[in-house]
Design a protein around this ligand. Structure first.
Ligand SMILES: Nc1ncnc2c1ncn2[C@@H]1O[C@H](COP(=O)(O)OP(=O)(O)O)[C@@H](O)[C@H]1O
Ligand SMILES: Nc1ccn([C@@H]2O[C@H](COP(=O)(O)O)[C@@H](O)[C@H]2O)c(=O)n1
Length: 213
C-alpha cells in the first residue's frame, strides 16, 4: 500500500511541531491499526561534528543549504517504496547530529514538518498534500523565544541576534514565498481545533479508502 504523505511547512514558531504531534496522536488514537510516522525536517540539518562549536554558532540555519533536503527526499521515496530508513537524530544544543540514528519503518501515513519543505522541487514531489502554517510573525518570535530558552539551550541575546541576522531575512527570502506551493493554509497555529479535525478526518478517510481498494 502506498503511504499518504503530508507536509506541514511554515515559519519557525508557527506551531508546526505542535500541530503535527497532535495529529499523529489523534490518528493513532482513532485508528490504532493504521501506521503513522512523524518526520522532522530538522533531523536533516547537516552533520557538523568536524566543525568547531564557535563556527557552528555562525551558520545560517534558515537557508535551504543548511539542510540535507536530498537525503530527506530519498528517505521519503524509500518509505513510499516500502523500505525502512535510518533517519538522523539532531541536537540543537550542539548544532549537530547525534551519533545514533533512528529506524523508521514504512507506514500508511507519513507526516513531515519543517520550515523549508516547500522550497525544494524534488521534496515537493514526495508529498500528496502540502499545508502551510500562516501564524503572524510576531507571535512566532515570542513562541520561538520561550521555546529556545527552555528547550534548545539558547540565551536571550543569541535568539535575538539570530532572529535579526538570519531567521527573519530567510523567512522573507525563502519560507514566505514557498506558500504558493501549499495546497491549504492553516491559520491560528498548532491548536487550531477545526484544522486538526479536518486534516485528521482526511487522513482517516484516505487510509480507509486505500484499505478497501
Ligand atoms: N496555538 C498555540 N497556543 C499556544 N502555544 C502554542 C501554540 N502553537 C504552538 N505553541 C507553542 O509555541 C512553541 C513553538 O511551537 P512549535 O510547534 O514548536 O513551532 P514550530 O514547530 O513551527 O517551530 C511551542 O512551545 C508550542 O508549544
Ligand atoms: N542548530 C540549529 C538548527 C536549527 N535552528 C533553528 O531551528 C529553526 C527550525 O526549527 P523550528 O522547529 O523552529 O521550525 C530554524 O529557524 C533555525 O533557525 C537553530 O537555531 N539551530
Amino acid at each position: 500500500m502506498q503511504p499518504f504523505v503530508i507536509a506541514i511547512a511554515g515559519p519557525s514558531g508557527s506551531g508546526k511541531s505542535l500541530f503535527a504531534e497532535t495529529l499523529c496522536e489523534e490518528v493513532r488514537r482513532d485508528a490504532p491499526q493504521l501506521g503513522v510516522v512523524l518526520i522532522k525536517e530538522d533531523a536533516y540539518y547537516r552533520d557538523q561534528g568536524q566543525i568547531p562549536f564557535e563556527d557552528r554558532e555562525k551558520v545560517n540555519y534558515d537557508h535551504p543549504d543548511a539542510i540535507e533536503q536530498d537525503l530527506l527526499a530519498r528517505h521519503l521515496r524509500e518509505l513510499s517504496a516500502g523500505n525502512a530508513v535510518e533517519s538522523p537524530l539532531y541536537d540543537y544544543t550542539i548544532h549537530s547530529r547525534q551519533s545514533e540514528t533512528v529506524r523508521i519503518e514504512p507506514a500508511a501515513v507519513i507526516i513531515v514538518e519543517g520550515i523549508l519543505l516547500l522550497t525544494d522541487a524534488a521534496l515537493r514531489e514526495a508529498f500528496d498534500i502540502k499545508f502551510y502554517m500562516d501564524t503572524p510573525l510576531d507571535i512566532c518570535l515570542l513562541r520561538r523565544m520561550a521555546r529556545d530558552l527552555k528547550e534548545r539551550g539558547r540565551s536571550l541575546d543569541s535568539v535575538t541576534t539570530q532572529y535579526q541576522e538570519t531567521v527573519r531575512p530567510m523567512y522573507h527570502e525563502f519560507i514566505r514565498p514557498s506558500v504558493r506551493h501549499a495546497d491549504m493554509v492553516i491559520t491560528r497555529g498548532g491548536r487550531n481545533r477545526v484544522a486538526l479535525d479536518v486534516v485528521r478526518n482526511m487522513l482517516l478517510s484516505v487510509s480507509n479508502d486505500e484499505a478497501k481498494a
